[in-house]
Design a binder for this molecule. Sequence first.
Ligand code: HEM
Length: 208
Amino acid sequence: MQSSIDGLRRSEPVAWVNAQVRRLPVWAVYLLGALPAAWIVWLTLTGGLGVDPVKEIEHRLGKLGLQFLLGGLAVTPLRAWAGVNLLRFRRALGLLAFWYVLAHLFAWVTIDMGLLWGQMGRDILKRPYITIGMAALVLLLPLAVTSNSWSIRRLGPRWRQLHRLVYVAAALGAIHFIMLVRTWQPEPLLYLAGILALLALRLGPPKR
Ligand code: HEM
């Protein structure tokens, strides 16, 4: 009896969070998710990106892509382990991740590599961190294309299987980050650890 009362008390904050979350429209998540991009544009126009603005733009966009990927991966474990339901926002988080990674690639192609296609082709083949980044992006492509209600209906159970590719894409994104820093730095390792932890949490969700 006492434990069920404790359970109820504990679930009150969660119910409150879920009630607040239900009031937030999905478009607001897209809007909030676009703010960092607007901030990058603002810093670019006002000269606030330091001595190497090209690298800074590239790095900020890559990191945002990884952060939104992590956000999307956190939705299921959050619901299973904490009861917080952000399922309505998962598609927005995934698409925001995709758009940031695409913008990151676009920055590399244009302002970093200056549209030197031959050089880019060589980099994709010869620089393992670029090869892995590219592989992650290629894996995200079918997910972005099928992130709509029509595809979910059309693909049925195969949709869920296809979207498991996001685990591989996120891990490759983090490995790409680890490889490019060359020395052992905590930040990229923490991203990979976060992704692996979120995946591990899916293996044993608590029975509720
Ligand atoms: C899921 C896909 C990807 C993710 C999550 C990702 C993420 C990142 C992150 C987090 C960084 C480092 C940011 C920092 O140091 O603050 C980075 C750097 C970089 N990424 Fe990606 N990336 C992805 C795909 C790609 C692709 C497709 C390319 C190009 C083909 C690419 C090229 C680069 C380059 C050139 C850098 C900077 C390297 C340097 O400092 O010289 N990335 N990326």
